[in-house]
Design a protein around this ligand. Structure first.
Ligand code: ZN
Length: 334
């Protein structure tokens, strides 16, 4: 059956289910663990400021501990990200501890960049970085964002202090404990009875860009319920089935995207005219032709939206200007 075929894993774009770093969850909560890590000369330091880190080529620039220490002030936000797992990082030896240093927004970053390096946010860096470094970037972004917005206790407004090597904050007055937050969102590829896919163009995008439909899960709602509600709200079709495909952390500022392929028998799509400007059905050959001609722009590789669209398509979709070699033949699902 079609709907099981979507889960076969023929496309590799989703982040690997295997972690790059051992987050060392049991040890990191021990008192003094962060100091112990930073006392090891072998640890490496990742510098982060305003959503950017330093990259060189396809790599994050990880600083040797002594080189970083010479440039850092003592009160910089410090978080332990974990240690590299064997075989999961191409440049750092297994067991390398990675410590994230988040510079204050107004700190002068000029001491850090050197020839051949540049500051990059995730959107600029994603297409350049290797998979493991992209995963480390996402982790750093997520935890840095949380600290940025949780300096004060949500119960009483008192200052919170940093514990668990940066993975917990505790209120200095009422001792309530707070952990990094993630907001679930659903992202859905909608497939019609005739096997065409329904893609949407949002008002926030350029006119020819089409993608899957996404929205946040509300309090007390399951992901499947959110998928049905959001799709009806935004493009006016009823889903009769939803199939979970996989997830992608998207910490901008703190989402976890839950990817679904879903089916509808409805034929008439009605954009909500608030978020969605246009909802358009594409057959497989039609979508590939539209992408090659420039009539349609779809999400870039390594995004979960692209993964869902390619799961439906049955293989990689060639981007405009990409040569035929290396492309796969569609139709694996029929
Ligand atoms: Zn409090």
């Amino acid at each position: 059956m079609l709907r099981t075929a979507y889960g076969r894993g023929m496309i590799q774009a989703l982040p690997s289910p295997e972690a790059v770093l051992d987050r060392d969850c049991e040890q990191r909560s021990a008192s003094g663990y962060l100091d112990a890590v930073q006392a090891r000369p072998s640890h490496r330091v990742m510098i982060f400021q305003r959503g950017k880190t330093l990259i060189r080529g396809q790599e994050i620039l990880f600083f040797e501990s002594a080189a970083a220490a010479a440039k850092l002030s003592a009160d910089v936000l410090t978080i332990y990200l974990g240690k590299t797992l064997p075989g999961h990082h191409q440049h750092l030896p297994a067991g390398t501890d990675i410590v994230l240093k988040v510079l204050a927004d107004d700190a002068d970053p000029s001491a850090w960049a050197s020839e051949g390096t540049s500051w990059a946010g995730y959107r600029e860096a994603a297409a350049l970085l290797s998979g493991p470094d992209a995963a480390i970037f996402i982790q750093a972004q997520a935890v840095a964002n949380w600290h940025q917005s949780h300096r004060f206790c949500p119960r009483c407004g008192s200052a919170t202090e940093l514990l668990w090597a940066g993975w917990m904050r505790r209120c200095t007055l009422d001792a309530s404990e707070h952990f990094p937050r993630t907001d679930p969102a659903v992202i859905v590829a909608i497939v019609g009875a005739d096997e065409r896919i329904l893609l949407a163009n949002n008002f926030a995008w350029e006119p020819h860009r089409y993608s899957t439909v996404a929205g946040f899960v509300e309090a007390g709602e399951s992901a499947e319920q959110a998928a049905r509600r959001e799709i009806f709200e935004e493009v006016g079709v009823h889903l009769h089935s939803t199939h979970y495909i996989g997830s992608q952390a998207w910490p901008f500022p703190r989402s976890l995207m839950l990817g679904f392929i879903a089916h509808t028998d409805d034929v008439d799509a009605v954009p909500d005219n608030t978020e969605v400007r246009e909802a358009r059905w594409f057959g497989r050959a039609e979508l590939q032709a539209a992408v090659l001609s420039g009539e349609a722009i779809i999400s870039q590789r390594l995004s979960i939206a692209r993964e869902l669209i390619e799961r439906w398509y049955g293989g990689p979709i060639r981007d405009r200007g990409e040569d035929v070699a290396g492309s796969a033949v569609a139709g694996g699902l029929s």
